[in-house]
Design a protein around this ligand. Structure first.
Ligand code: 5AD
Ligand code: SF4
Length: 458
C-alpha cells in the first residue's frame, strides 16, 4: 500500500529527442538534471508530469515535426487535466533557440522554451513555471523563455555524467564558425568552443568507472577541437592519444568532422591507436567544386579525395560515411553528376543525403535560383540508390570476415545479442548475455542492407 502511495507521488519526465547525436547527448544530460530533482524517466507521454521536446532545426521538415508533435501533446495535456493532473511542457534545443518566444504564440500551452546553451538552468525554469502557475499568470507572460548564450559555463553546472549502457557520448566541442551558406548551426548553437582536455578526460573516466567501453566524442565540428591544457591547446588527434591511455577504454569514435579541419595528428592517431575505430563520418555535401564554393565549404572535391587517401594509407581498413545535399540553389545536372562520381570514387560504407531545405537567416535562403521539387526528388533518388548499393556492397564484403564486436544489448529473440562492428554496423548473433559490455570476435555469416549476422568465435 505504502508502495502505491509513493509511486503515485513520483514525478515523471519524458524527453523526446529529435535530430543529431549532440541532441541525444543533451537529452541524456537533461535526464540527469531531472533525476537530481527526483524525477524518473518514462517512455509514455500520458504518464509524464513534464514533457520536453529536444528539437532540431537543421531542415524545415525537422522543425515542422515539432509543431505537429506539440499538437498531439496538447491532447494528452487536456486528457490529463480532465483527470486532475497537470503537465508541464517544454521545448528545448535548436528550434527553441531559433524561434524563441514565437513558439508560445504558435503553441499556447508550451510552458518553457530554452536553447542548447541554457539547459543547466532547468531547475530554475521548472520552479518559475510552477510559480507562475500558482500566481495564475496567463497570456503572453505565462511562458518561461531563455535562449541566451550565457556567461556562466553550462558544463560547470551539470550533474556528473551517468552511463546509460556500454557506449556513451562525450561532448567535447560545440558550435560552429564555418558558416556554410545552407546551415543554421552557427546561429542556433553559436560560436565554436572546446571543452578543456581535463574536463573531457574527467567525464570519460566517470563513464568508464560505470562500465562504459566505448565513447563517441561529439561536436558540430569535432575536429576543430582545440582544448586548453596547462601547456597550450590540444587538437582532436592529440586528445585521442591521451584517451587511448585510459584503462578500460576499448573504443574511441568522433563525429562530425569537417574536411578543412583534418590534420596530420588525426591521421596519425588512426595509424597508431587501435582503440580509434577505423570509421569516419566526413561530410562533403557535393562532389562539384562549383557547388562547394557556392556553399562556402572552402575546399575542393580533389582536396577531399586527398584526405580519404591519406586516411586509407594510415589505416588500410578505414571506411567512410558522409552527408550530401542535393538540389542546392543553382545545382546543374553536371554538378549532380560530379556528386555521383565522387561517391563512386570513394566507395562509402554508408552515407546520408538530403534535399536542400532553405533555412531562414542563412545566406542560401535568399538565393533566387531554386530548383523545382521534381528535379530535387529525382536527384535524391539517384544519390540514395547509389549510396544504398554501396552500403549493401560494403556489408556483403564483411561476410566471411571475423570482426571484434562490442556486445551492446539483448536482441529481439531469446538468446540473441546485438553488438556493433568497428564500422558501426549492428551485428546480430546468439551469445551470452553475461558478456554484454565485452568485445569478442564474431565471424560474419550474413549481411542485409542494414545489419550483419554472425557467430561468436572468440
Ligand atoms: N538543407 C538540407 N540539408 C542540410 N544539412 C544542413 N543544413 C541543411 C539544409 N539547409 C545537412 C548537411 C549536414 C547535415 C547534418 O545536414 O548535409 O552535414
Ligand atoms: Fe553547418 Fe557547415 Fe558548421 Fe557543419 S561545418 S555545422 S554544415 S556551418
Amino acid at each position: 500500500m505504502t508502495q502505491t502511495v509513493q509511486d503515485s507521488a513520483k514525478k515523471r519526465v519524458m524527453i523526446k529527442t529529435f535530430g543529431c547525436q549532440m541532441n541525444a547527448y543533451d537529452s541524456q544530460r537533461m535526464t540527469e538534471i531531472f533525476e537530481s530533482l527526483g524525477y524518473e524517466s518514462t517512455a509514455e507521454m500520458g504518464q509524464a508530469d513534464v514533457i520536453l521536446l529536444n528539437t532540431c532545426h537543421i531542415r524545415e521538415k525537422a522543425a515542422e515535426k515539432v509543431y505537429s508533435e506539440l499538437g498531439r501533446i496538447k491532447l494528452i495535456q487536456d486528457a490529463r487535466r480532465a483527470s486532475g493532473r497537470d503537465t508541464i511542457i517544454g521545448v528545448a534545443g535548436c528550434v527553441a533557440q531559433a524561434e524563441g518566444g514565437e513558439i508560445f504564440k504558435r503553441a499556447k500551452m508550451v510552458d518553457m522554451v530554452f536553447g542548447p546553451q541554457t539547459y543547466h538552468r532547468l531547475p530554475q525554469f521548472l520552479a518559475e513555471v510552477k510559480r507562475r502557475r500558482e500566481a495564475d499568470i496567463t497570456g503572453p507572460g505565462r511562458g518561461v523563455l531563455d535562449v541566451d548564450f550565457p556567461e556562466e559555463y553550462k558544463f560547470d553546472n551539470l550533474p556528473k555524467a551517468q552511463a546509460a549502457g556500454v557506449s556513451a557520448f562525450v561532448s567535447i566541442q560545440e558550435g560552429c564558425d564555418k558558416f556554410c551558406h545552407f546551415c543554421v548551426v552557427p546561429y542556433t548553437r553559436g560560436a565554436e568552443y572546446s571543452r578543456t582536455v581535463a574536463e573531457v578526460l574527467d567525464e570519460t573516466k566517470t563513464l568508464l568507472d560505470q562500465g562504459v567501453k566505448e565513447i563517441t566524442l561529439l561536436g558540430q565540428n569535432v575536429n576543430a577541437y582545440h582544448g586548453a591544457t596547462k601547456d597550450g591547446e590540444w587538437s582532436l588527434g592529440r586528445l585521442c592519444y591521451a584517451l587511448a591511455e585510459l584503462e578500460g577504454l576499448e573504443r574511441i569514435r568522433y563525429t562530425t568532422s569537417h574536411p578543412r579541419d583534418v590534420d596530420q595528428d588525426l591521421i596519425n592517431a588512426h595509424r597508431d591507436l587501435p582503440q580509434l575505430m577505423p570509421y569516419l563520418h566526413l561530410p562533403i555535401q557535393s562532389g562539384s567544386d562549383r557547388m562547394l564554393k557556392a556553399m562556402n565549404r572552402r575546399h575542393t572535391a580533389a582536396e577531399y579525395m586527398v584526405l580519404i587517401e591519406a586516411f586509407r594509407k594510415a589505416r588500410p581498413d578505414m571506411a567512410f560515411s558522409s552527408d550530401f545535399i542535393v538540389g542546392y540553389p543553382g545545382e546543374t545536372d553536371e554538378d549532380h553528376q560530379a556528386s555521383l562520381q565522387l561517391i563512386r570514387d570513394v566507395h562509402y560504407a554508408q552515407a546520408y543525403s538530403f534535399k536542400y531545405s532553405p533555412r531562414p537567416g542563412t545566406p542560401a535562403a535568399n538565393l533566387e535560383c531554386k530548383l523545382p521539387e521534381e528535379v530535387k526528388d529525382q536527384r535524391l533518388y539517384e544519390i540514395q540508390a547509389l549510396l544504398k548499393e554501396q552500403q549493401i556492397a560494403f556489408n556483403e564484403s564483411c561476410v566471411g570476415k571475423t570482426m571484434p564486436v562490442l556486445f551492446e544489448k539483448p536482441g529481439r529473440h531469446q538468446g540473441q545479442v546485438v553488438g556493433r562492428s568497428p564500422y558501426l554496423q549492428a551485428v546480430h548473433f546468439f551469445g551470452d548475455l553475461e558478456q554484454i559490455g565485452q568485445i569478442h570476435d564474431v565471424k560474419i555469416q550474413g549481411a542485409t542492407g542494414n545489419s550483419l549476422g554472425g557467430e561468436v568465435v572468440g
